[in-house]
Design a protein around this ligand. Sequence first.
Ligand code: ARG
Length: 563
Amino acid sequence: MSAVLPVLSARLTAAVETTFGLPGVDPELRPATKPEFGHFQTNLALRLAKIVGLPPREIAVRLAAALEVSDLCAQPEIAGPGFLNLTLLPTTLAAGVNKIGGPLRERGERVVVDYSQPNVAKQMHVGHLRSTVIGDALCNVLRFAGYQVIRQNHVGDWGTQFGMMVEQLLDEGTEVDALDLDGMQLLYQRSRKHFDSDPEFADRSRLRVVLLQSGDSQTVEIWQQLVEYSLTEFDRVYALLGSPLTRADVVGESAYNDALQGIVDELASAGLLTESGGAQCAFLPGFTGRDGSPLPVIVRKSDGGFGYSATDLAAVKHRVDDLHADRIVYVVDHRQSLHFQQIFALARAAGWLPPTIPAEHVAFGTVLGPNGKPFKTRDGGTVYLVTLLDEAVARAAALLADRPGLDQDTVARAVGIGAIKYADLSNDRSNDYVFDLDRMVAMTGNTGPYLQYAHARLTRILDKAGDSPTLVTVLTEPAEQRLALLLGGFTDTVVQVAETLQPHRLCTYLYDVATALSSFYETCPVLSSSGEVRASRLALCAATRKVLHDGLGLLGITAPAAM
Ligand code: ARG
């Protein structure tokens, strides 16, 4: 919550050791739940009562006497049955605000983030929105926390469906050059139908996959065209979304093709494979279905083809061996949880994923429509991401239409796209959420536009003030103390998000800052005050603006100077 927190915690630990001879006790110091409890509180004395054999209040009194924090806090207070409350000195609060900085120094660790992962020949849908928005935010946060970040866009560009599509195209005599994105999607649907209804076509499609995997030039050429169309479309969506993903981050499933045989061979020689119904499978302890039957990882299908799992195993190996990952993060919807648990377990069993390298599935829930069911168009079709983004920008433009002197296009884009991203990120990612544009673009409540507006209002005040703000020196009012306390916790909050991979914690923090800012406005005049108070409050405004600007930036949201 605040950078002083670790310091105070260490001093409490030391006090427990000198007073009771107990080393290394975690005081579990927490932000106070009410202003009258100061800034931080701990139930340490209550927890020690049994161990030490003294009444909690007695313990609290002794601890308070032994605790050396007079450089940072007012005299510690004891409340209720033995809670210890700490109140920071205004100078401590001011120091916390005055040293808010940028990204932390590189810690010499690399994190690979697998995210976005749209599929070739299909339009991106709301599920890919979540992966892209959460993935971008996590990359920014991890970078801020000192990691070197390697993005991997695991595009679905390989598999049976491409055999089907190429075969259908050749059957129909359609020129691949004549296809646009919709044409591709329709071709996919026709080939799927054909595949499901005509066993002879299905056989040819499987042979076509083999041709593709073995590099047959005619097949590869058509496939490459399909991939190229799709990647161009993905680039367009990323640009609209303001995602930094580029072609250089694309390492599609096809990239692992040549490694797949080796994966199967290694697993076989490690004794990890069993033949089951003609397929090569790994059965791992602890993976069973509802009926108790063992759940396999199929690494080679009965038709000889390699599947999604083999590709993911090769990807793990590549990320550890070639990219030298110290941590691997997968931003994929929760329906693939079992898949990733199995991949991680098998990769560990095979020795490809050392125990020192964490692999984490950052699972997320489903985007729901107004009816509370997975988001679909009125006629049950897929909701395209581009349509939603365009709609959000139009909505924002309508809201901003009456504001003079704005660069309407730029601001509407920042607000519309920001609204969608914030709505997605501010929910605990494991939950489903309802896609409700009206609520997302609202200027009040826990929304992106509300935070953007708070930032723009601060910019206006600071511009009006004229003189450039210096340092926070005076913090007398509770409202400005509360704001300062929060601001001082910015870096810690971001570091916490880098650990937990939960962007909603950063959203909650920024919303708390904006709420504390409006209480500050109510009780602490800024422009109409004078002297040192005015200078200090302007500095507090500048720090708040920086935190909102940088915090939104980490979430992938632009904060316009005016709106
Ligand atoms: N393309 C897949 C899909 O749309 C997601 C890929 C996730 N990443 C991975 N390494 N398996 O469902």
